[in-house]
Design a protein around this ligand. Structure first.
Ligand code: SAM
Length: 488
């Protein structure tokens, strides 16, 4: 850790000790990386007001559920969590309950207010302000003014107006962070609820993004993932604005100068992956060879009804183009099985596509009809649940074989691993292709370092390695395969 980083950690510890008796918060985050980033922003705002992460969620003064509605199952999980807070609120009425994210959306929250009267604050995606206003109106801020002064000093130390100050428990220890660069989505795939809940596409300014990246790196972050529902549309809503390739170059130069090791971006849409973007990824050494580009289905008629805007052949051509331009690239995709009207033959096209392309990962989802979407309004949800599950499982088994084969090629190779944390007595990190690697090195604190690791065992969901000089063969570790293979 540099002396600047040490100073920051020291200062944040002082702030932390100073408010030992202060109020606390807890945020449950469901769904995608965008929600993770949104929760981090809310936490950052709360910490600016003097709040700290609660050790035990039940003790927190502010409890927030950040929801996902992309599938019915995700929405049910959020509602379950929220409803479980009701008895706590009844017993301790001073606790503040917040509902955040796509369940709230960008429209009128009145129906939700009626449904969940025990909730104090409703926050649209990426909008922490209503909670800040609510807490300020309660007059808590006087009590915490002293803490704010210390926080301001911390901000000065990071030296940036638009800095994102990480929550105290993450400062100096968080290695990978997400930075939203495009909010909302205007694409309107027929199955997708996101445009209704996150509003129209809005790109953030380059200045704001660079400031945030710099401040994160100064707080110890080594890897940044730039986020957007369709990240490769970055800048299209800014007249004469930069595109994603331009932004990558700027973030690369500004971030690397501060000590940033790795840059990733997700999620791409096939129609916006220009050669310029691919060449930029290939050229910039700190931009990782890792592309997330959902195909959703392998049949042209299904793709047309999903309103995706490309054919399966165009997707195949894109994969060829990506592989030709970016050496050693890992390509991940998303698939929806059992979309309205999907026949066995049409499903078979998806199976064949994945079999031919041999991609590095497929995030598999069973179609879930979501309110307001074109497909829910105009197409029957007519593939039975058991059939959806059979199709999902068929692809899951196929992918496990494909990925085991791809990962097997790394056996005996030495790969650079960015170490994120220690788990089960081993260091856990990722390769440039975003593959999980575990290795042992009990003697040193490896967190945040890029370490050359020799791969000695591979499976579909993780790999085991050792330091090239070390002779010991690590034993395979039991990994939560379900959790790792379905991380949407
Ligand atoms: N915007 C990106 C795209 O579609 O190109 C990806 C972001 S989306 C929020 C994440 C994934 O959730 C999608 O790629 C899709 O596979 C899945 N998804 C979205 N709507 C769904 C639905 N109604 N049923 C099942 N899965 C869905």
């Amino acid at each position: 850790m540099s002396s600047k980083d040490k100073k920051l950690v020291e200062l944040s510890d002082r702030v932390y000790r100073g408010i030992a008796l202060s109020r606390t918060y807890h945020i449950w985050t469901l769904g995608c990386q965008m929600n993770v980033a949104d929760s981090q922003r809310l936490a950052s705002e709360l910490e600016k007001m003097g709040y700290r992460a609660a050790q035990n969620p039940d003790d927190a003064d502010v409890l927030v559920v950040n929801t996902c509605v992309v599938r019915q199952g995700a929405e049910d999980k959020g509602v379950g969590r929220l409803v479980s807070l009701r008895p706590l609120k009844e017993k301790y009425p001073d606790k503040v309950i917040g509902l955040m994210g796509c369940m709230v959306g960008v429209r009128d929250s009145l129906p939700l207010r009626k449904r969940f009267p025990f909730v104090d604050v409703f926050l649209a995606p990426s909008e922490p302000q209503p909670m800040v206003t609510f807490l300020n109106e309660r007059g808590i801020e006087d009590e915490l003014r002293v803490v704010e002064d210390d926080e301001r000093n911390l901000r000065d130390a990071i030296q940036d107006e638009d800095a994102l100050i990480l929550p105290a428990h993450e400062r100096g220890s968080l290695i990978t962070a997400h930075v939203p660069i495009v909010y909302g989505c205007s694409h309107a795939c027929s199955f997708c609820i996101i445009p209704f809940r996150r509003g129209v596409e809005r790109s953030r300014s380059v200045g704001e993004i660079v400031s945030e990246v710099r401040s994160l790196v100064r707080q110890g972050v080594k890897e940044i993932t730039l986020l957007g529902q369709i990240v490769d549309r970055y800048g299209k809503d800014i007249p004469d604005g930069p595109d994603l390739a331009d932004l990558l170059r700027i973030v690369h130069d500004a971030g690397v100068a501060e000590g940033l090791e790795r840059i990733r971006f997700l999620t791409s849409h096939p129609n916006y992956m220009t050669d310029k973007l691919l060449d930029t990824v290939a050229e910039l050494p700190h931009v990782m060879p890792h592309i997330e580009v959902p195909v959703q289905a392998g049949d042209d008629e299904v793709l047309a009804r999903m309103k995706r805007g490309y054919s399966q052949q165009q997707y195949r051509d894109l994969i060829d183009r990506i592989r030709a331009r970016i050496p050693n690239v890992a390509i991940n995709t998303d698939i929806i099985v059992g979309f309205s009207g999907e026949t066995e033959q049409q499903f078979q096209q998806t199976f064949d596509l994945l079999g031919d392309l041999k991609l590095d990962k497929a995030h598999l989802a069973k179609y879930s009809a979501r309110p307001q979407t074109v497909s829910a309004r105009t197409m029957p949800d007519d593939v039975p649940e058991e059939e959806k599950e059979r199709r999902r499982k068929t692809l899951d088994d196929q992918q496990a074989e494909i990925i085991a084969e791809i990962n097997g090629r790394s056996l005996g190779q030495t790969v650079p691993v960015l170490v994120e944390e220690s788990r089960g007595g081993k260091w856990r990190g990722r390769t440039p292709q975003n593959k999980l690697v575990f290795f042992e090195d009990l003697d040193q604190d490896r967190r945040g370092q890029v370490v050359d690791v020799e791969i000695v065992w591979t499976g579909p969901w993780s790999m085991q390695g050792r330091l090239p000089s070390s002779a010991a063969m690590p034993l395979p570790l039991t990994v939560d395969m379900a959790g790792l293979s379905h991380d949407h």
